[in-house]
Write a protein that binds this ligand. Structure first.
Ligand code: UDP
Ligand code: MG
Length: 321
């Protein structure tokens, strides 16, 4: 029977924590009773440097429930790294993990189906949203554009899949070999290449607390996703540069001929336009190259992606690391 660890990154989730911890405890008990998972399966809450009382809530839940563990990170490292910290922590302590957001917008009822798929021999099981009706038009549109751009850049990622997925222990061990700091799990996990499957569900709305992904964060997440996985934008800029050089040569030739034959000189507007255009393209190119150099800079430092401060694995027993 599979020993399951459900990994839940939590950042300022005090409003919803009671609901979440109760639902997940009940789910674990239900799955144990159905003989789907082993008795020592558990939920690991990763506190990502919350500024509110989330850690206290986790401590209380670990007292109250039998299948609750806690991991306290020393600071806020963001959703992806917090999740990674949890996955690294459980990779040698269970047979499979399921990652899910603390707001339980993803349907926990399909977890059983994920386990069935795992037992059939799949290492990676993606939770995929059937529809996006609970999203605003804007979020739907931006999400769709994001997937299309990612696809065009040659990044394989599962459409409409967020970070709700099952990973086998060996998939987690492989994941631990990817050392990059700019982590984007949705793009990384398909690279592991083990046998995968999908389960489908309808996503609910957040019942309490607010989204930690405002527009600005969402855009930077999308941009990071693209630049961490593909150098196509640089290739594109190079192509654009070559094209503009060719166009400039033609323009220079035309200007020279006009000069030699005494035709009227090109006017102010065309000069202004070219200055602006070329200037713009150059800035864009420099900015883009800067973005990649910035990424290299962050990667070469090899700073730890997270620091674990405390662990709770049993009732009344908190270990400080
Ligand atoms: N989260 C985190 N660290 C952060 C921001 C978010 O661990 O810096 C967690 C958050 O607690 C939640 C998950 O990441 O469990 C996804 O966040 P949220 O539900 O706000 O995102 P949305 O569903 O709106 O995209
Ligand atoms: Mg959410």
């Amino acid at each position: 029977m599979v020993k399951l660890a459900i990994v839940v990154p939590c950042y300022n989730e005090e409003e919803i924590f009671e609901y979440t911890s109760k639902e997940l405890e009940n789910l674990i008990i239900e799955l144990i009773n159905k003989n789907k998972i082993s008795k020592d399966s558990y939920v690991l809450y990763v506190n990502d440097g919350s500024k509110d009382s989330t850690w206290l809530c986790i401590e209380n839940a670990c007292q109250k429930y039998d299948h609750c563990h806690g991991l306290k990170l020393a600071g806020n490292v963001g959703h992806q790294n917090a999740l990674l910290a949890g996955l690294h922590y459980v990779k040698d302590k269970c047979d499979a993990s399921i990652s899910i957001d603390a707001d339980l917008q993803d349907d926990i009822q399909v977890i059983e189906e994920m386990i069935d798929k795992y037992n059939e021999g799949h290492d990676i099981i993606y939770g995929v949203r059937k529809d996006r009706s609970s999203d605003t038009f804007f979020k739907r549109f931006t999400a769709q554009s994001f997937y299309k751009i990612m696809h065009a850049m040659g990044v394989k990622s599962v459409y409409n899949h967020a970070d709700f997925r099952l990973l086998s222990a060996r998939a987690m061990q492989q994941l631990a070999l990817y050392k990059e700091r700019n982590i984007f799990l949705r793009g990384l996990i398909p690279l592991i290449g083990y046998k995968s499957a999908c389960v489908y569900y309808a996503r609910k709305e957040r019942i309490a607390g607010e989204s930690k992904y405002p527009l600005k964060k969402m855009l930077s997440f999308a941009f990071d996703g693209i630049t961490s996985f593909s150098i196509k934008p640089i290739t594109f800029i190079l192509g654009l540069g070559i094209f503009i050089v060719i166009v400039s040569c033609i323009a220079i030739l035309y200007t020279l001929i006009s000069y030699l034959f005494g035709w009227t000189a090109p006017g102010w507007s065309s000069i202004m336009l070219s200055i602006w255009f070329i200037g713009g393209v150059q800035l864009l190119a420099i900015g883009l190259i800067g973005e990649y150099i910035g990424k290299v800079y962050v990667e070469v430092k090899e700073r730890p992606r997270y620091n674990v401060e405390k662990v709770i694995e049993e009732k009344d027993h908190e270990t400080t690391l």
